[in-house]
Design a protein around this ligand. Sequence first.
Ligand code: ADP
Ligand code: MG
Length: 391
Amino acid sequence: MSTPTTQEVTALFQQTYGQAPAVIARAPGRVEFIGNHTDYNGGAVLGAAIDRYVWVAAAGNSSGRLRLCSATGPAVLELPADPGTRITGSDSWANYPLGVWRSLRDLNLPRPAGFDLLVVSDLPAGAGLSSSAALELSTTLALLALVGATIEPGPLAALGRHAENKYVGVPCGILDQGTSAHGQAGHLVHIDCRGPAFTVVPFPPSAHLWIFNTREKHALIDGLYATRHQECLDAAKTLGVALLADLTPAQLAEKNGSSGGLALPAALAQRAKHIVEEHARVHDTVAALQRGDLAAVGRLLTASHRSSQNLFENSTPALDTLVNLLEPHPAVLGARLTGGGFGGAVMALTKDTFTAADVAEIARLYAVQHGRTPEMIHLQSADGARVIWRA
Ligand code: ADP
Ligand code: MG
């Protein structure tokens, strides 16, 4: 759907439920800017809240029932106030708002007795831009607003994550909800995953982000993530640290030297080097952003990709092709796989001279090699989740 106006969301709500909404909340999607697999290693990650959103409009109802509808789906789903087990099949999207509803109770926050809720979005679902977190956060803000309550970004992100972990069953970290909650236009969100602690870093409006989504997904993706996670834990244990981000690149090189019997097997040494250097790259990216050096930021992004490709081995030939095509372009500052890897998307940081024709040419050259055109999305940094309208 194209970007809806408040009037359009209100009209659709009226048409669906026969009453006007009391509140509309909006939450952005996000991209992982840099910080690849650093989260579970105790490192840092930089996320960008993006100008694609999920809107949730809501009103209380007197029936004490939960009525849910997404503009992407045909019908209103009506449930009793305690709907029991997880929903399966075509209505399974409702587990996200229902998970929020239950999480409000888990966290002793107020909630309305019954509600009518409508979801509208211009954020593609399942494209790695975290529509799920945007849905959780906009639902949370809307339901709380119905009972006159508000929530700070930190607890908002924690509640959304709780809902996704416990009620949807996805063991996500804090990047998705943290970035959507703390986003600020003209900034990136820095997350120290150990706190988690959130800060924002300036990101100039002249910087543009392009997503090239290959739409490929490795068949063994869950197993591959789990293997990488275990390899990182094993490497940390052998090196005598709790988590790999406890080490600087110099300390890793020293510890993994030939003396002392600590030398890691080759594959584990590569995984450890990727994580430790990636954590340092996040730090270096923040420093480069603070001095306004976008060229250096771009070089760090491409270095992150090459490390994924060669050391962490979570890239694919399709992702490598995109980075290889993007890297030499004069209007491209840098490019890397974004997200867990083993498929998914490449993010490019570009100057404003990178035109739609340039994007189309990259896509054409990619299709020559891989047989199909990637999905291409232009993004800029955006504000975090908030209530945008009240009756
Ligand atoms: P991502 O978060 O990267 O987009 P996920 O698989 O985590 O991918 O979440 C996508 C799921 O979130 C969808 O399958 C759907 O259940 C839910 N969802 C996202 N956007 C909407 C929407 N506009 N309407 C209903 N459900 C949505
Ligand atoms: Mg998600």
